[in-house]
Design a protein around this ligand. Structure first.
Ligand code: GLY
Ligand code: MN
Ligand code: MN
Length: 355
């Protein structure tokens, strides 16, 4: 799949091998869709290090790899990498320094007789620019999410709990064609909507509540991520005021997306509608992220982020206003960055909906 990109990096950096164990990076490089496995990429052979739960799946999904079952009594993955390093005379082995635990690193240091070289962000940087196929999967995931939300809306009524709604939303996404492993959707109501990452609970929806739904699904592993905030019943004047400011924050910061823009530019654009309102200070500093095989990928849209967005990057835009002990509003879309603008993959109104 994507081994050639890594091989070029290894050549430039004089590396004999690269050990990869971050789940999304294993999938991106090899195409393997399971868990708990690692790759050892060398210039003339690719090794797939797993255990007997996954050997058949690995053979099917990664036919170019030599499959190695590390799990025999008393052995560790580090023993397997040590054997391979010896057999193939590997003198330098790179590893993902943000993934290998301290305990694992100590084992590798003991068992692998090669120079261990820490790297982070190498494969993540490849992943920032999406191929047409990856983009198609994410368009499909966004369409599924929108259809599922439309199905959920008639159920959002006083009396139903946040958990019941969250479970139904996941079901609707799978029925609409999403992969069967939903990720943790946020579906919160009332004052809890000021919690940026609140968890659905047994709380029942009440008349007058904000209901904030931040959710997504995966198609072939590629994710969607969107948020809409509704009001159950008639919105108060303050709810309408906060919602309208938030909507302008979203739309003004969305409008400037294009290749070369940075996360800092986006964050600053989002603040325009907040200035001179009582709600300045109730925003959050990180209002977007790359997305793909993982939900939060770089570059981020924050005051600190100076990485220019590349063409082909897919990312979210999600400013919000969060007022403790009152409530919060977030609207989130998913954008594909193009040379001179963006494509919004989420086709769902930004207007306030009173349910
Ligand atoms: N607010 C979490 C997310 O959408 O990334
Ligand atoms: Mn989200
Ligand atoms: Mn997001």
């Amino acid at each position: 799949m994507n081994e050639p990109k890594l091989l070029s990096h290894m050549k430039e950096n004089h590396l004999d091998a690269f050990y990869i164990s971050k789940k999304e990076n294993v999938r991106f490089i090899s195409g393997y869709t399971g868990d708990d496995s690692a790759l050892l990429i060398t210039s003339n052979e690719y090794f797939f290090i797993t255990d007997s739960r996954y050997t058949e799946q690995a053979q099917l999904e990664c036919p170019e790899y030599t499959i190695k079952n590390w799990r025999t009594p008393g052995r560790t993955k580090a023993d397997m990498v040590g054997d391979l390093a010896r057999e193939h005379k590997l003198t330098s082995v790179a590893f993902e320094s943000d993934v290998l635990s301290y305990n694992d690193f100590q084992l590798f240091d003991e068992k692998v007789d090669a120079n261990l070289k820490p790297y982070s962000g190498v494969i993540e940087t490849f992943r920032q620019i999406k191929t047409p196929e990856e983009i198609q999967y994410m368009r499909a995931a966004c369409e599924i999410s929108c259809r599922a939300l439309e199905q959920l809306m008639p159920m959002i009524k006083p009396g139903i709990t946040e958990k019941e709604l969250a479970a139904n939303l996941s079901l609707f996404m799978v029925e609409e064609g999403a992969d069967t492993m939903p990720y943790g959707n946020i579906l919160i109501s009332g004052k809890k909507t000021s919690l940026l990452h609140g968890i659905p609970s047994e709380k029942s929806i009440e008349y007058g509540d904000f209901v904030l739904i931040d959710f997504g699904c995966q198609v072939h592993g590629y994710m969607s991520d969107m948020t809409r905030t509704f009001v159950v019943g008639k919105a108060t004047d303050k709810q309408k005021e906060v919602y309208e400011i938030e909507k302008r924050m979203l739309e003004e910061s969305t409008a400037i997306h294009k290749a070369g823009v940075t996360g800092k530019d986006i964050y600053i654009a989002s603040l325009g509608p907040l200035k001179d309102t009582p709600y300045m200070g109730y925003q959050y500093n990180n209002i977007g992220h790359g997305i793909g095989l993982f939900v939060h990928e770089g570059p981020f849209s924050s005051e600190q982020d100076l990485t220019p967005f590349p063409v082909g990057n897919v990312r979210t835009i999600e400013p919000g206003i969060y007022i403790p002990n009152w409530g919060g509003v977030r609207i989130e879309d998913q954008l594909l960055i193009t040379e001179d603008g963006y494509e919004n993959m989420v086709r769902f109104t930004h207007d306030l909906i009173e349910l």
